[in-house]
Design a protein around this ligand. Sequence first.
Ligand code: ACO
Length: 380
Amino acid sequence: MDTTIARGLAGVTFDTSEICFIDGEQGQLIYRGYDIRELTDATFEEVCYLLWHDDLPTADELAAFTRQLSPGFAVRDEVIDLFRALPAGTDPMHALRSAVSLLAAFDEDPDGVDDANLRRIGRTLLTQFPALVSSFERIRNGKEPVEPDSSLSIAGNFLYMLTGERPSEAATRVMDVALVLHAEHGSNASTFVARSTASSLTDAYSAITAAIGSLKGPLHGGANAAVMRALESIGSVEGVEPYVLDVLAKPQGRVMGFGHRVYRVLDPRAKILEDVSKTLAAESGDSRWFEMSLEMVRVMDREMAAKGRQVKANVDFFSASVYRMLGFPTDMYTPIFAVARISGWMAHLYEQYADNSLMRPRLNYEGPTGRTFVPIEERG
Ligand code: ACO
């Protein structure tokens, strides 16, 4: 029996997939054969279609797909009641996970794992995620939820249901780019959790709630909010260097938004988001967050090079300043990641259920052996 341990499952390949290819040495991210740098010209709906089918849609296919999606944004009263019942200060990721769990109870067939039913659930969740995140944000601020506008896209409806105002084309485009960049990333922690959960042939809602829980962690999707909290605590460009040196001086010190299990060069998504951040800084006249981010990259590049490490900014790093300049509260950054990643999670569930194998790895036991049971009244 092979007892070799791959901690964190690093380097372990558990299946094949046709959805996403990542070249961590070249800094390439490919969705079904298309480079992510080209896909930022597409809408989020086009990219969802690509992830859920073999190719990008034709105009007719896209129209049919969006027609299927448009009724799905309305939030049920029971979910609104749940949001109202949650205690003040509830983290939006807890709210999202709870709402998705509740949706399972109202689904006509939550447990069916045949492809047609899974795709129906996928369409439900793809439209519900933006609606849930924006509705919760309003309710926790004492505002009434906004009814969706079925003529708007996913990005557009997210912004509309958040603000109650029809978003500008420019804002919708930035949102689309952010959603496309966060849509899919192979066997990342939360996607693996989704596939692993599904592998017991439990239902898709259970797999997705588990994935939301995984995404929330600061080593994964939660890093974008951690980046902004760090920038807020630093407060100025001059404060960046001492902050980074202080973090790196600690045992296991990790600067949030840097490093990746797969990339050894710059994450291509980070470069695109850096450009978006730069543009937003110029347009808004407030370049503070962008300048601090650039300084952090400079110091990290220098320090990591000195240690001979390849630790570059990841997707969560510049998304923090982008979301800040778009006006989102910090604890909404990770839920926005989830609004995008539900597309990738569902694409992987379609694959997993179609050709399933129960995920059941082993642990090497290192505990005691050969003990003799002693009745409780005789234990000292
Ligand atoms: N800050 C400082 N040093 C780092 C960082 C970082 N963020 N990331 C990696 N390193 C260095 C360390 O020197 C480490 O060496 P050490 O163990 O001798 O200290 C070496 O690189 C390897 O780091 P690991 O954490 O062991 O690498 P792993 O592949 O396990 O971790 C991870 C990847 C978890 C993403 C890590 O880089 C990290 O904690 N980053 C910060 C959190 C973050 O930004 N997460 C988002 C990732 S992208 C996403 O999930 C969407």
